[in-house]
Design a protein around this ligand. Sequence first.
Ligand SMILES: NC(=O)c1ccc[n+]([C@@H]2O[C@H](COP(=O)([O-])OP(=O)(O)OC[C@H]3O[C@@H](n4cnc5c(N)ncnc54)[C@H](O)[C@@H]3O)[C@@H](O)[C@H]2O)c1
Length: 518
Amino acid sequence: MALMRCLLPPGFYRTLYNPGTRCASSGTLQIKDPLNFWCGARVDLKDVKTKSEPVFEPATGRVLCRLQTCGSAEVDAAVRNASVAFTVWRKLSGMERARVMMEAARLIEKRREEIAEMEVINNGKSITEARLDVDSARLCIEYFAGQATTLSGQHVQLPGGSFAYTHREPFGVCVGIGAWNYPFQIAAWKSAPAIACGNSMVFKPSPLTPVTAVLLAEIYRQAGAPDGLFNVVQGGQETGSLLCLHPSVEKVSFTGSVPTGKKIMEMASRGVKAVTLELGGKSPLIIFEDTDLENAVRGALMANFLSQGQVCSNGTRVFVQSSIVPQFLKEVVRRTKAISIRDPLLDETRMGALVSKAHLDKVLRYVEQAKNEGAQVLCGGEPFSPADPKLKDGYYMTPCVLDSCTDDMTCVKEEIFGPVMSVLTFDTEDEVLRRANDSDLGLAAGVFTKDVKRAHRVIENLQAGSCFINNYNITPVEVPFGGFKASGIGRENGQVTIEFYSQLKTVVVEMGDVDSLF
Ligand SMILES: NC(=O)c1ccc[n+]([C@@H]2O[C@H](COP(=O)([O-])OP(=O)(O)OC[C@H]3O[C@@H](n4cnc5c(N)ncnc54)[C@H](O)[C@@H]3O)[C@@H](O)[C@H]2O)c1
């Protein structure tokens, strides 16, 4: 196995993460920086005139490090490095690529706890969820390692013994741009299909959560990937734009909000580059009166409160059939009030901190606006200070259930991206379908009912890319994930994703003479 070839002198790393002294409590863990990575190593920009900005630990509000953001020279260096890696990587067989990917998956498993802890201190989610995110990243890399070995084309017989064949080729340098809610997982969900197909990647995490993508870069490198196969450049909008507009970039895969997705598409269109867009949602969850109420309540909680409600596919418009509304609300509120909000690094914590102070304030404003527009707060929706004094400056709020919601309210129309469930009542199937589809977004949807015919009929008529029957927010890596309407273009995970990270070449082979008209 190749050791990481560090092009920088020792001593560039400021605070070394030391598992020997690990103390799983917020406010104590240190991150290792710098966080940029290309040429097979972390790159320190401290001598380069570059912008820097603070990175916070949401659980405590403490500054974790200062982020060194990349300008055009750094983006260009990373893209050039990725171009060089591409020339090597594309020539490997699927089996050879798979071997590196499987080794990366093994290293992720070995470092699971460390990666999960880094995710927690940078994102604020509970360690239990962060571990599952790391597992999802590993599984995705394993899955696409398998896909790499099966990439194949089609043989088409033509008249006179002539024939054609097709095969899938990589694009070249792909750019990945990530959101802050699943930092490590997004980096894996984008890089795994990309490199399985023979591409290289330059990845830009959100500036709010820059810490863990670089761990993935180190892991790929340690697993034997060539220098430059997976690079990390840090920064915000400006760095992202430089990546999208770079002439050597062939494809952009983006996860984030709808307004940014539109800008990405516009920039990519200038170079007629392929795009994958994984954007926002305002998804409906429909609960019929014949449902198993216990499961429906569990489903509604999973659809709203994972990752402090900061999940794109969340079913935040919960439509409940009139006859079961009282029982449903009673049980949902009881369980929501019982959610344990504590230090996210503790195993027993079920809800941690929101990603930033600004985002917390935005979510709280949505709750205020909902009240002003006539919604009734059944529980939560307030800033929260956990008992532990070191968490007093963290970004916590109590999970909120809103009743008496109507379709025209802002909380029902806009993606809040926080722990806020809006409950709406309905009477008939036709009515709920019309209301559920009344959105520009179409990421996900769910239905709870014991009637199997109704379940399929409703799903068939829902305008959403990722649908669930009698469960919610289940995302196995074997299953494609992505949205309809303004929620996106393309898919992540599942076999079909190979099509979004490769291009089809057709070759026509003449076995006879050329039949010329001239
Ligand atoms: N569909 C999905 O799979 C999925 C998954 C996670 C999050 N999301 C969505 O992401 C959003 C929350 O994430 P966010 O706040 O980080 O989104 P965002 O759109 O603000 O930012 C996403 C990324 O884009 C970068 N960026 C911003 N402006 C850019 C520009 N002009 N050019 C290039 N890059 C630019 C940011 O730095 C960040 O890395 C929510 O809407 C959520 O639904 C979708």
